[in-house]
Design a protein around this ligand. Structure first.
Ligand SMILES: Nc1ncnc2c1ncn2[C@@H]1O[C@H](COP(=O)(O)OP(=O)(O)O)[C@@H](O)[C@H]1O
Ligand SMILES: [Mg+2]
Length: 156
């Protein structure tokens, strides 16, 4: 475990001639909660786009748990532990609240289950689904949404 779970060093990006963000230095230890604030156009979303791999930085570099990120795909970065939500959230309307949360757990190694196992409904499929549902319920409790868990998202 590195000293910082996320560290950026002089991150910057320019689009054409425009310097959208410059010299971003962030150091976050595991378990710390940070907020990034600033006026419209300050570059907050751009920073998130860089550290999730949507944009490649023009200058500087960043590290996830001590590993330098260079040209990693968004998927790879996600598997390393960086996830995001968007300002315009999109739910699966015809699925329940708890199932919507379960979808977001698919990338966690402890919930791995192959497509074949799911199609054939092998025991692991049910085991994984059950523990996923429990984890999703636990997360919903944090947001006081546990009682809404069986509502369809379109009815929220
Ligand atoms: N893909 C892009 N092409 C050109 N300019 C961009 C792009 N993305 C962001 N910018 C510019 O970068 C600056 C920061 O934008 P943004 O990160 O969206 O700010 P915030 O999220 O803090 O409101 C703005 O000037 C914006 O116009
Ligand atoms: Mg923004």
């Amino acid at each position: 475990m590195a000293e910082y779970i996320l560290e950026t060093r002089n991150l910057g990006i320019s689009f054409g001639g425009l310097n959208a963000v410059q010299n971003v230095n962030i150091k976050i230890k595991k378990g710390q909660i940070y907020g990034l604030i600033g006026p419209n156009g300050a570059g907050k979303t751009t920073v998130f786009n860089i550290i999730t791999g949507v944009y490649k930085p023009t200058t500087g570099t960043f590290f996830i748990d001590g590993k330098e990120i260079k040209g990693h795909s968004q998927e790879k970065i996600n598997h390393m532990g960086i996830a995001r939500t968007f300002q315009n959230i999109r739910l699966f309307n015809n699925m329940t609240v708890v199932r919507n949360v379960m979808v977001g757990l698919h990338n966690r190694p402890e919930f791995k289950c192959s497509v074949i196992e799911s199609i054939l409904r092998l025991p692991r499929h049910f085991r994984v689904e059950k523990t996923m549902r429990e984890k999703a319920k636990e997360l919903l409790r944090v947001f006081d949404l546990e009682n809404e868990r069986n509502l369809l998202a379109c009815n929220l």
